[in-house]
Each structure stands twice: as structure tokens, then as C-alpha cells.
Design a protein around this ligand. Structure first.
Ligand code: SAM
Ligand code: SF4
Length: 330
């Protein structure tokens, strides 16, 4: 089925669903110090409600769904939810972004439930630094999860690295070198300065060009067109490497002209741009008994009003957003 388009003729075929705002880490760039204000339980959509909305989205032509959070694996019943999602016909791709803390434990069941694609976030290979970034001592578990994900058969295993000047930019090469020995996709993401913690500001922004410059020190890097992806990453590979490197540069190279995303938050708000506070409340009509066709109109409204582009600058952190990243899902 042809996906819906927005007013700029961009096909919107990808829905990112945040199934919880809870998290077992407290990353400095995502969660305010001391934790974010938590949604009330009754405000969080039930799995039944998510299933209904996702089915409606798929019926409209959206064919890719990514589950995110907070941390999606902390929500009870997530494996069964995935199993039910993979049965939705027309849903061509179901993936998950996780911090990896619980993936070693849940990976085999998630795989059995039909999940094949996982993104695991890991910004450092050093345990102490991991603690500094995430405020939790969970490096060992995350590292074991990455290795377990490969064994279980997830493919691709993507590793998301937020690069921060003075924090982990010195590890870009070590992290990238994982792609020389494993079939991992190492994805370097430009740090977006959300206003979580005052000490995490502009001075930590490290551009995609600077990342590429570091990578090129090791040897020639070929740009590759990946299969099955029209996402925002530019992909590269070192000769003979089993893995790949992706660069995601929301700040320095806008990918707005090809943006294909819509987001659904845990409390049932549709967000049509990561950097816009424009939200459409779909939970209220859902709970007031709206029909499928009425609900699909809410999705269409959000899609049609998708902004042409964001005006994000490296100093975006100064302009506080209504929600921290942990409550949007990345
Ligand atoms: N908890 C899961 C995780 O960490 O993978 C899923 C949610 S998290 C919000 C999704 C992605 O957003 C992660 O890869 C995280 O590193 C990234 N992220 C969060 N805050 C960010 C920021 N300020 N700048 C760039 N990426 C960010
Ligand atoms: Fe939690 Fe993921 Fe945000 Fe880190 S990036 S605080 S793991 S939601």
C-alpha cells in the first residue's frame, strides 16, 4: 500500500513508538539530573491501545515500526507485545532501540517473538566512563548483551554512539574498529543539546565532519548504499570489514527533505518532528470511543502538518523543549 504523504510530498512510512517513559539508566544527554517527571500510569497507553493505533497506521500505509522508550525493555509484557505486533500483516519491519541492559536476558525471547533488528546504545568501551554518561554501573551487562545479540541472530545489530567532545570523541576510532571484526553497524550520532543538565551544553557538540576526519585517519573509507534503508544515516565501510559505519548528523546536515517519520509517545501524543513541540492528542479520542476512521484522521492531520524542516542549531539546548528526550524516544 502507498504510504501517506505530507504536504511536501514526503512519504511517511515509519512510526517510532515510545512504549514507556521509564528507564533503568539516566543518560546525561537524555534524562534530567534526578530523573524526569514520570507520566502517571493511567496516562500511558495500554498494549491494546498501542496495537489498535499501530494497526490503523499500518492500514494507512505505514509499514515500519520501531519500539523505543525511555527503555522499552523495562515495560512488563514487552515480549508478548512484540509477538502480537509481528502478526500485523502489512507491517514489513519491526525493530527496537534499547540501552541493552536487559537484552541479554530478553534477547532469545524477543527473537522468538519475531524481532530481528535491534539498535543498542553504547557510547564508550570504558566502564568508568559508561558510569559517568549513564549514571549507572551497567557497562558489563550492555557489553554482554551486544555479544549475545550477535549470537542469538539479530541482524543487523546496530550500535548507537552519541559523540560528545571531551567525553568520548577520543573513542570514535576504537568504537568504529568494532566493525572490522564484527558484523555490527556502528552509528555515530551528533549530540543534540537538549536542556537536561547545564553542564551538558554546546561545548560537547562534535560534528559529523570531525567524526569522519577521525575515521579517515585509519584508511580509506568507502561510502556504501545500504540495503533496506532510507533512514538518515550515511554509511561507510573499511575494505573487507564485516561491519559498517553510519553517521547521523541531525545538526550539521539536515535530513529533513527525506524525513519519513512520525512519533507516538507513551501518553498517546503524535509528534511529527523530533524538534517541534507540536503534538496531536490521539489518546483522548481513542479513550472516548472514536472509530478507526476517526483515529486515522488524527494520524493524517499530524502527517499533513509535519514541518518542512527544523531550525536546529548546535546551541539548541538553550531553547528548552517541552519534553526531555527520554519522554520522546529519540
Ligand atoms: N533507551 C533506549 C536507548 O537508549 O537506546 C531507547 C531510547 S533513547 C532516547 C534512543 C536514542 O536516542 C539512543 O540511541 C540515545 O543515545 C539517543 N539520544 C538520546 N538523547 C540524545 C541526545 N541528546 N543527542 C543525541 N542522541 C540522543
Ligand atoms: Fe534511558 Fe535511552 Fe535516555 Fe539513556 S538514552 S536515559 S537509556 S532512554
Amino acid at each position: 500500500m502507498t504510504p501517506p504523504t505530507d504536504r511536501y510530498q514526503r512519504p511517511i512510512d515509519y512510526l517510532r513508538v515510545s512504549i514507556t517513559d521509564r528507564c533503568n539508566l539516566q543518560c546525561v544527554y537524555c534524562m534530567p539530573l534526578g530523573g524526569a517527571v514520570k507520566l502517571k500510569h493511567e496516562d500511558i497507553l495500554s498494549y491494546e491501545e498501542f496495537l489498535r493505533l499501530i494497526q490503523i497506521a499500518v492500514n494507512m500505509g505505514i509499514n515500519k515500526v520501531r519500539l523505543t522508550g525511555g527503555e522499552p525493555l523495562v515495560r512488563k509484557g514487552v515480549v508478548d507485545f512484540c509477538r502480537r505486533l509481528t502478526r500485523i500483516s502489512g507491517l514489513q519491519s519491526l525493530s527496537l532501540t534499547t540501552n541493552g541492559v536487559l537484552l541479554e536476558e530478553l534477547g532469545p525471547d524477543l527473537y522468538a517473538a519475531g524481532i530481528r533488528r535491534v539498535n543498542i546504545s553504547l557510547d564508550t568501551l570504558k566502564r568508568e566512563k559508561f558510569f559517568r554518561i549513564t549514571r549507572r554501573d551497567e557497562f558489563d551487562r550492555v557489553w554482554r548483551s551486544i555479544q549475545a545479540a550477535e549470537r542469538v541472530g539479530f541482524n543487523p545489530v546496530k550500535i548507537n554512539v552519541v559523540v560528545m567532545r571531551g567525553i568520548n570523541d577520543d573513542e570514535v576510532l576504537d568504537l568504529a574498529r568494532l566493525s572490522l571484526h564484527h558484523p555490527y553497524h556502528i552509528r555515530f550520532i551528533e549530540f543534540m543539546g537538549f536542556n537536561n543538565d547545564r553542564q551538558w551544553n554546546l561545548q560537547h557538540y562534535f560534528s559529523a565532519d570531525e567524526i569522519l576526519e577521525k575515521l579517515r585517519q585509519v584508511g580509506s573509507l568507502a561510502q556504501v548504499a545500504p540495503e533496506h534503508s532510507n533512514g538518515p544515516a550515511r554509511h561507510f565501510r573499511w575494505p573487507d570489514a564485516p561491519g559498517m559505519i553510519g553517521i547521523i548528523s541531525p545538526i550539521s546536515h539536515h535530513f529533513c527533505p527525506t524525513c519519513n517519520r512520525l512519533r507516538l509517545t507513551a501518553d498517546g501524543k503524535l509528534r511529527n518532528c523530533l524538534f517541534s513541540d507540536q503534538e496531536v492528542d490521539i489518546k483522548t479520542p481513542l479513550r472516548q470511543g472514536a472509530t478507526d476512521s476517526e483515529l486515522s484522521q488524527f494520524l493524517r492531520d499530524s502527517i499533513v502538518n509535519k514541518p518542512e524542516k527544523h531550525s536546529l542549531q548546535p546551541d539548541f539546548f538553550r531553547k528548552c523543549q517541552s519534553r526531555p528526550m527520554v519522554a520522546i524516544g529519540g
